[in-house]
Design a protein around this ligand. Structure first.
Ligand code: AMP
Ligand code: ZN
Ligand code: FE
Ligand code: FE
Length: 296
C-alpha cells in the first residue's frame, strides 16, 4: 500500500484542481493521499468524491501556517471535524490576513517597478480560497517577468526580498491543540526544513508533544538522510508517529512528484486510530476517506 500524506491542490498553491490531483495520484500508483491545502478545507469534498470514483482513499487534511519564536512552522492536521467552530474561525482568520497581505505584496512590487495588479493574481488563482506568494509568482510568470516560481521568490518574494511581507500565524502549540480538539491528528510538516529548523529543537518538539502533537513528517525532501535518521530517533523517543510525503504542488514545485516519499502502512494505521478511524476504532465501519461533510 502506497501512502502520500501531504499534497496541495489549486484550492491553495498547488497547480492542479483536486479532481486532477486525485487522477494523477492514481496514475502514480498511490492507494492513499491526504489533501493538505494551506489553511483551508475547501478541496475536501471534490477530492473525496473523485477518490471514490477512481478507487483512491483521500484523507481530509490541512497544512496550517503557524509561528514559533518568529519562525514559520507548518502543522499538518489530519481528519479534523471540518465543522469544528474554533478551528474554522482560526483558518478563516489566517485566510483573511493572506488576502490583505496580497495587496501589500503587490504595492511593494509596484514600488520597485514590477507592474502587476490584484486582477492579474486573481486570474491565475481562480480556484484558490487561500491566497499566497506562489499565486503572485504565477502572475509574474504570466506577465513574463520570470520563468518559474523559484525566480519570483529569489528576486522579490522570499524572506528578506523587496516584496516580502510576513503573514499572521497563530502560535504552533495553539494550532496543534485546535486540531486535537477538532478530533484530528497533528503532525509537524518538514520540521527541519529551511524556515522551522532553527526553532524546532528536540526540546521544543518535546514541549509540542505535551501540547498534543502526534507525529513528525520525517521523510520529506527538505530533509537529508542524516536529518531523517535523527528525526526518526526523536519520534521514537517521544512516541510520535513517523510520516512521509511528497508535498506535491503540481508543476509549482519541482522535485516533489507524487509518491516521492511515502508513509509506512503501520504508521498510517496509528494515525487512523488516533483519529478514531482505525479498523479497531469507533469509526471502523466508515472508510477513512469519508468526511462528515460541511467542508465546502
Ligand atoms: P505563503 O504561504 O504565501 O507564505 O507562501 C509559502 C509557500 O510558497 C510555501 O508553502 C511553498 O509552497 C511556496 N514556496 C516557498 N518558496 C518557494 C520557492 N522558492 N519556489 C516555489 N515555491 C515556493
Ligand atoms: Zn504550498
Ligand atoms: Fe509546508
Ligand atoms: Fe506543503
Amino acid at each position: 500500500m502506497r501512502i502520500d500524506l501531504h499534497t496541495h491542490s489549486s484550492v491553495s498553491d498547488g497547480t492542479d484542481v483536486p479532481e486532477t490531483l486525485v487522477r494523477n495520484a492514481v496514475d502514480a500508483g498511490l492507494d492513499v493521499i491526504a489533501l493538505t491545502d494551506h489553511d483551508t478545507f475547501d478541496g475536501w469534498n471534490a477530492a473525496v468524491a473523485a477518490g471514490r470514483e477512481h478507487g483512491l482513499t483521500v484523507l481530509g487534511g490541512v497544512e496550517i501556517s503557524t509561528g514559533l519564536r518568529g519562525a514559520a512552522v507548518h502543522v499538518l492536521g489530519y481528519l479534523p471535524d471540518p465543522g469544528f467552530g474554533p478551528l474554522v474561525t482560526e483558518l478563516q482568520q489566517i485566510r483573511a490576513h493572506r488576502n490583505g497581505r496580497l495587496t501589500t505584496i503587490i504595492e511593494r512590487l509596484n514600488r520597485v517597478g514590477v507592474h502587476i495588479t490584484r486582477q492579474d493574481v486573481l486570474a491565475v488563482a481562480s480556484r484558490a480560497s487561500s491566497l499566497g506568494r506562489p499565486h503572485v509568482a504565477d502572475a509574474l510568470m504570466a506577465r513574463g517577468y520570470v520563468r518559474n516560481r523559484g525566480e519570483a521568490f529569489d528576486n522579490w518574494l522570499a524572506e528578506g526580498g523587496p516584496a516580502f511581507v510576513p503573514k499572521y500565524a497563530p502560535p504552533t502549540a495553539e494550532a496543534i491543540a485546535l486540531v486535537q480538539r477538532a478530533g484530528g491528528v497533528a503532525v509537524l510538516a518538514h520540521p527541519w526544513g529551511r524556515s522551522s529548523r532553527r526553532v524546532l529543537t528536540p526540546t521544543a518538539v518535546e514541549a509540542l508533544a505535551g501540547a498534543g502533537l502526534a507525529g513528525l513528517e520525517v521523510d520529506h525532501d527538505d530533509h537529508d538522510q542524516a536529518d531523517r535518521d535523527e528525526l526518526r530517533a526523536l519520534a521514537a523517543d517521544l512516541g510520535l508517529i513517523v510520516t512521509g510525503s511528497s508535498d506535491h504542488h503540481g508543476t509549482g514545485k519541482i522535485g516533489h512528484e507524487l509518491g516521492r516519499n511515502t508513509t509506512a502502512p503501520e504508521q498510517y494505521e496509528r494515525l487512523l486510530d488516533l483519529a478514531g478511524r482505525g479498523s479497531a476504532g469507533a469509526g471502523g465501519s466508515e472508510p477513512a476517506g469519508e468526511t462528515s461533510g460541511g467542508a465546502a
